[in-house]
Design a protein around this ligand. Sequence first.
Ligand code: NAP
Length: 469
Amino acid sequence: MTLTLPRALRVAIIGSGPSAFYAAEHLQKAAAWDIQIDMFERLPTPYGLVRGGVAPDHPKIKTVAKVYEKIALKPGFRFFGNVEFGSGITHADLSARYHAVIYAVGAQTDRRLGIPGEDLPGSHAATEFVGWYNAHPDYRHLTFDLTQTAAAVIGNGNVAMDVARILASSRAELAATDIADHALDALAVSRVTDIYILGRRGIAQAAFTNPELKELGVLTDADVIVQPGADVLDPLSADLLARTADRDAIKNVTTLASYAAQSPQGKPKRLHLHFLVSPVRLIGTDRVEAIELAQNELIAAEDGSLRPRTTDRAITIPIGLVFRSIGYHGVALSGVPFDARGGVIPNIEGRVIGADGIPHPGEYVVGWIKRGPSGIIGTNKPDSQATVERLLADADAGMLPMPTSVDDAADLLARGGCDVVTFADWQALDALELARGAAVGRPRVKYASIDVMMAAIADARLHAPRTDS
Ligand code: NAP
């Protein structure tokens, strides 16, 4: 019997969210290859949207980080936190040192509405509010004028639901979570009492999932108010729903009907659900004062879906805050092809392609920057697996470029003066955040400032001499 030794591969992964970790997991399962995986992350903290996107009152979803931790602790895996792609480490640095690079950077900005008044003070991307309440360092300095009494959340996705729910939650509900301290303090004195969730289509076409709609109904401080008639389906929606297998749509219709049947209990806040309305303009001189909406009707599109069409009926709602929650959009990486319209890295089945449609050898993509901002965390598992299968097939076929440098990325970064956060550093920071939370009866108190994180890490290194370098 002849023994075949696993062949060596070096793979860099850019980003450390779910798609990055699922890519690493599938690489670790490739028995025919001995793979060194180096994961580079701009922030000192890993886990992408699990830390910076998932709502603080969804702790169960966040427990997936334990799975990622196990992946990170396997032999052959290194975490390089506090290293920005493009400045800390470049495309050329990686091409010289790795057989393959997997881009897993997600979709870092918001889609625009393209309507007048969109940039008035008081109009915010939901992504900013989400980053702010989740203690993301990039957003911690933002301010939201919570002295306003009415807010509009534009969009009918799960992010819109998260934003509306956080605005409507009581201080006690928020204090039981790992919401950023600055957000807890600001929201505790918020005067926002009326939150309008505005969908351009009907309840049967809403993108939010049913548990998120149901969560609105159990908030201690908020009544759910359904716009009169919104629970009565138009004939096209009723017909489509009768033939659909979309369980969320069916459940959402039922849940909305139950909300419509309830009388408000006189709670201090109200979540108003409006459907079939499209924002036309934000009105105001120095800041947002109102939103003008066009009433929509649904028409059948060629693909069988129902699309919104504006009518000449308009309504105006006085509001002082707007959260545009109509989806995320990817950002270009230096030296990497980019489809600006789609906000993704162009690819065929995860293989990055250039403008000529030809694959760039050794370059791959996973997650939202591959397919656009859709799906739940688990969606990334098969998505990343599919890309890694292509990578391994290319490796088997001898199609991966050979690294030209034996210089280790760790040495390169050390020479450049980069204070790399290792996974052990992150674990120390994690323990500190958990301890800060335990001290005040909360699950975690997050650090929001990179400087403070790095100081805490430096201190932890002094007190627990490192064994990993
Ligand atoms: P999304 O699910 O794509 O929803 C975007 C919403 O914006 C849709 O209702 C869409 O309406 C609407 N929209 C788009 N363009 C619009 C326009 N010009 N005017 C008015 N409305 C417009 O996006 P998301 O909420 O940002 O969520 C992103 C992904 O993360 C989703 O897959 C979501 O499920 C996931 N996520 C999951 C959770 C969770 O599991 N709890 C939490 C947060 C996010 P149309 O449908 O008419 O296009």
